[in-house]
Ligand binder design. Structure first.
Ligand SMILES: [Fe+2]
Ligand SMILES: [Fe+2]
Length: 363
């Protein structure tokens, strides 16, 4: 089966969200500094990263002839713009409460400017496809393994689950644009190899700097627990290796893993189909392509089969019901230190930036 053959489409809906972070504790992921700062490091790269994804796909927008793919690209751009907005919102909140994510945002901005200035649009799109594969497999893991987020702060849990749902919804869009217009397998694979190296290196470096700022860089027990959580026998990252490697197959397509059932489950549980739409919604056909295509002799630039003309796209929803607030949970805010935090910093730790001079490190 080639990437152009039959694959499902979950539908892509842009949802206008507005999360509230005012009660998010400092270590909002399982009360674990290592895990929290890993996710903080990712969150800090998202706004620039999402804008880069949009930039790289938009470059080819006028050359897309498939009407369904054009619609999907519009929805993809809308979703990524909303992800950038909500993660910027969280990043700003974290910064105001003494977690300096600014150096990561600046680094990401400079890195993306370098890529945009020095690399061809084709290579930029290949990098986007690689990063979209990362987000797709991370999203799938989050949506199918509740132990990952069951001890998250409720607001952060909803932010990450919403993002995971939408990353899954649009996981094939950049890839389809790449296959239809560029279609260079070797470039796609090279981009993935290089992107993987820098992604792991940079994320680890960002995480280490955030831990250093908290005086926890040399907390050996914390590191051992954190490394076991991610890379141990049942580690989250370790379990992703098979799905990561799928990308290297010449006939890979993101929708070869059909996760529409789990997406529907989470859309119901998070009220995503009722919430936040109405202000802006884009919906596209939720169909299975019925026409398998013969493998083209030269994959680049071949027209991709899509739904038959008779298939109707889903209509855009215009629902105005608001998102119910997460269940009330008593939380410590980021700027309310516990007694333990006030005395628990290691010797030699650099003082953190805090608001109003308070020492805000509840553990
Ligand atoms: Fe995103
Ligand atoms: Fe994405």
């Amino acid at each position: 089966m080639t990437a152009r053959q039959q694959h499902p489409d979950a539908g892509i809906t842009v949802r206008r969200m507005d999360f509230e972070f005012s009660n998010v504790p400092r270590y909002w992921a399982d009360k674990d500094p290592h895990f929290t700062h890993l996710l903080n490091a990712l969150s800090a790269t998202f706004p620039e990263g999402e804008r880069f994804f949009v930039h790289s796909v938009r470059h080819f927008q006028d050359r897309i002839t498939d009407p369904v793919l054009r619609q999907q690209v519009s929805a993809f751009i809308g979703q990524e713009a909303m992800h950038a907005k909500e993660h910027s919102h969280y990043n700003e909140y974290a910064r105001k409460h003494g977690i300096d994510l600014g150096f990561i945002e600046n680094f990401a901005r400079q890195r993306m400017a370098f890529i945009k200035g020095k690399m061809s649009p084709e290579r930029q799109l290949a990098i986007t496809c690689a990063l979209e594969h990362f987000t797709a497999i991370l999203a799938e893991q989050m949506l199918t393994e509740p132990d990952i987020f069951e001890n998250f702060d409720p607001s952060m849990m909803k932010l990450w689950l919403w993002h995971a749902v939408e990353e899954s919804e649009h996981k094939g869009v950049a890839f389809d644009v790449y296959q239809d217009i560029v279609g260079d397998y070797r470039l796609r694979i090279r981009a993935m190899a290089v992107t993987t190296f820098f992604f792991i290196m940079h994320t680890t470096w960002f995480q280490a700097r955030l831990l250093k700022a908290d005086g926890k860089l040399f907390d050996v027990r914390m590191w051992l627990k954190g490394l076991d959580r991610m890379w141990g026998r049942k580690g989250h990252f370790r379990k992703l290796i098979p799905s990561y490697l799928q990308y290297f197959r010449p006939d890979f397509h993101p929708w070869q893993h059909d996760n529409r059932a789990v997406l529907e489950k989470w859309k119901r549980e998070l009220n995503l189909d009722d919430a936040a739409v109405g202000k802006k919604t884009v919906a596209v056909a939720a169909v299975v392509e019925p026409v398998p295509a013969p493998a083209p002799a030269t994959p680049a630039r071949a027209a991709r089969p899509r739904q038959p003309a008779a298939a109707k796209p889903a209509k855009a929803r215009t629902v105005t019901k608001a998102i119910p607030a997460p269940k009330a949970v008593k939380l410590k805010s980021l700027d309310k230190p516990t007694a333990k935090a006030a005395t628990g910093s290691k010797a030699g730790a650099r003082p953190r930036k805090t608001q109003g001079g308070a020492e805000p490190v509840p553990t």
